[in-house]
Every structure is written in C-alpha cells, then in structure tokens.
Ligand binder design. Structure first.
Ligand code: KG4
Ligand code: ZN
Length: 393
C-alpha cells in the first residue's frame, strides 16, 4: 500500500510517500520520499506562529512539495492525462476557493503529470491551528477527488505516538508494545498523559492547565533574547551550564510537583523566569545557568508525573513523543528514573528527526487507520478540528 501523507497543523508543510507492506502493527514501512518545508523564518518576526501567515505559506508551497515528494521517490509518472470532468472541476474549485490559486496549481500538476498511483491519502485533521489544518485537509480531499483515492483524517497526536514506537532498523518496525501503556506527549501545543489500553484506545489522564512545555521553552527563549522557536537553543545553553557545573542563577518553582493529580502547569514557572530577568542584562553564562534551572524544574515535574502515571495505572510501557521529546536531558532523566523505579517497563522515544512535526508519522497513523480494526474516517466527513482530542479518536 503506497501512502501519501500530508501534515500542515502548524508551521511545517510536510509530505511523504511511504509504502506499507503487511498489516498494522507488524508491517514494514519503506519511506520513498519525505519532504518538509519549515516556515520558521516567517514566524520568527512575530515571535510565534501567526496562523493566517501559516495558512498562506502552506497553500503557496504544497503543490510544489507534492511534485518534489513524487520525484524524490522516483514515482513521478507522466501519464496521459485523464481529462477532469466539469463536475469534479467544480467540486475541487469550490473546495479550494479559500486558497487563492491552489486549485489552478493542482490542475496544472494534473495536466503536466496525470494521475499518480497511490492507494491512500492520510492527512492531519487536528489538533493544530485550524486555518493551517484546513489547507492540508482540503488539498487532500481535492486530490482524493481528482485521483479517486481514499483519504483518512489523522489525529496529529496519534502520529506522534506512532513516531515514538517506530524504528526503521528493527525487524518489527512498530514495536510490539505491551499494554497498558502511558504516553507522555510534550510539544509546542500539548502536554498530556494518555493511557493506552490497546492500539487506538486512549484515555487522557493528565494535561497542562495552561502552557504546554514547548510553549514554555519558547517563551523562556524569547525572554532571554532567542528568536522563535527557542526550545532547542534553551536546551543547548542548559547543557553548557551542566558541563561547566555553573551554580544556579535563581531558584525556580517546579509547579504542581506535589499535586495529587497528573496535571501540569508551566505558566507560573515562565512568570518566575520573567521576574528573574526583568530589568537585567544577563551575561551569556547567566543565561546558560538560567536555562539549566528552567530545564531542571520542567524535567523534575515531568519525571515525577510520568512515574506516578506508570505506577497508578500499572503500565508496562512508556511512550514519549512530541517536539520536546528531542530534549536529551529530559530523555536521559526519564530513562534513568524509569529504569530505577520500574525496571520492567519499556520506554520508547522517537528516532532522530521524528520528534518534531513530520509527515512520516502521519503515514504510519494512516496505515493504522486504514488497515486495521481502528476505524477509518470516510472522505466526506474529514474536517479540520483545531481541538481534536485523542479520547475521541
Ligand atoms: O511537536 P512539535 O514539532 O510541534 C507541535 O506539535 O507543537 O513541537 C515543537 C516544540 C517547540 O515548542 C520547540 O521549541 C520544542 O518542541 N522543541 C524542544 C526541543 N526541540 C523542539 N524543546 C526543548 N528541547 C528540544 N531539544
Ligand atoms: Zn506536533
């Protein structure tokens, strides 16, 4: 099964062509093409992602990425173009009317190359920035109409979970995980603990009450003068402070550390950082120490709540996913704590390149939804839903 996957939930336009051989979860996946276009330079000037600019950029680039991903996969076929019926043309034009020029670009692609041979389109339909999501969703639906292919709407967070357990180098690429599992999802928009009783069976058992971890990283970065998205830069400075064993710059709280539930809160921590830097010109070493203090406070609470979730729910597996799971200190700390307290629990982190947003994870989820007991969504019902929850998947 050849899957075209599309991800436009935030500031990355990503398209992949992934071939799945076998049944989920024991299939082998071959990535034929993987293209990602980042809009970071555009959003850096706003200090965060500006949804309408994200939407515009997705629409401007998506057709050229479609061409790029097929040619990278050496699957760009130039076929005799089946003419598009007036009815289909009208449907597609209506579907894409909010994206100026996109329908024309798609028709031009079709005229140049004709129908491409794929078996499934998987597109992120939420959660994320709704204007940005709609570009991917409508583009996928238009392609599905044009080429008469099934399209499934994918929950972005389910993609992150599958990306974490996927290992291209293992025989059983989607590891045969033992349930119940706990997923800690940490990204720019989410911080949540999910209990999985099986593939596709989700229950949210904890979440942030305000900022997401990645959002807190990005805000701290901004407070010390690092442009969006500052998460990796804050992490880099924190590592320097650890190497140099710098003394603490300030005393920061680890919010909700002692609360009895599995919820998080990071806005108080961010405010504490704001007070710590207010009206001060920090030296580079002071910045490094502060980044380390912040990262330690975040890590402490993530480790504590993960361990509590594993214990309370008798989990056999811990899956950590989302952009912040690329953070090496958080990864090390979670691995060490789990190994010490729960040596029988297996912990999964994404392979490099699959922590932050990508479309390979959307292809994996697409295959799971299309080829398993996990019910697929029909083409006609796919809508972008910025708040789509995993519980409802
Ligand atoms: O999953 P993702 O790519 O997008 C969302 O779905 O939100 O996550 C992006 C977030 C950003 O906030 C970014 O600063 C953060 O992940 N991030 C990191 C690291 N790499 C990315 N935060 C801390 N340490 C990192 N190494
Ligand atoms: Zn994400």
């Amino acid at each position: 099964m050849l899957i075209l996957s599309i991800e436009t939930s935030c500031d990355e336009t990503a398209l992949s062509l992934v071939e799945a051989k076998g049944e989920f979860p024991h299939a082998i996946y071959e990535v034929h093409g993987n293209c990602l276009w980042s809009q970071i330079d555009i959003h850096a000037q706003y200090g965060g992602v500006f949804p309408m600019a994200a939407k515009r950029e997705h629409a401007a680039i998506i057709t050229s990425l479609l061409e790029k991903v097929f040619s990278e996969a050496e699957k760009l076929e130039t076929q005799d173009t089946p003419s598009i019926s007036d009815h289909t043309k009208t449907q597609i034009t209506t579907l894409l009317e909010r994206e100026p020029g996109l329908a024309e670009q798609l028709f031009a692609f079709h005229t140049k190359y004709g129908q491409q041979e794929i078996d499934l389109i998987a597109v992120t339909s939420g959660p994320g920035l709704e204007p940005a999501l709609w570009v991917g969703v409508n583009f996928a639906r238009a392609l599905a109409l044009l080429w008469d292919v099934v399209v499934v709407g994918i929950n972005h967070m389910e993609g992150h979970i599958l990306a974490s357990v996927y290992d291209a180098d293992r025989d059983d690429q989607l590891s045969d995980i033992t349930f119940p599992a706990i997923s800690l999802l940490i990204s720019g928009g989410h911080t949540e603990l999910i209990k999985m009783s099986d593939w596709g069976k989700y229950e949210k058992i904890g979440q942030t009450r305000d900022d997401a971890v990645g959002e807190a990283y990005d805000k701290v970065a901004r407070l010390i003068g690092i442009p969006y998205p500052g998460g990796p830069e804050v992490a880099k400075r924190a590592e320097m402070a650890r190497k140099a064993t710098l003394s603490p710059y300030t005393d920061l709280p680890s919010p909700m550390l002692h609360s009895k539930d599995l919820d998080f809160s990071f806005s108080g921590l961010k405010t504490a950082v704001r007070y710590a830097v207010q009206d001060k010109e920090l030296s580079e070493t002071e910045k490094q120490a502060l980044c380390r203090d912040f990262e330690d406070a975040v890590t402490q609470v993530l480790v504590k709540k993960c361990c509590a979730a594993v214990e309370e729910h008798g989990a056999q597996t811990l899956i950590v996913g989302g952009g912040v799971s690329a953070n090496q200190h958080i990864k090390r700390s979670l691995e060490v704590a789990l190994l010490e307290k729960f040596p029988d629990v297996t912990t999964y982190f994404p392979q490099s390149g699959l922590s932050t947003d990508n479309s390979i994870m959307i292809a994996l989820a697409g295959h799971a939804r299309a080829k398993s007991a996990l019910a697929p969504q029909g083409s006609s019902v796919i809508r972008a839903d910025g708040n789509r929850s995993l519980d409802a998947s």
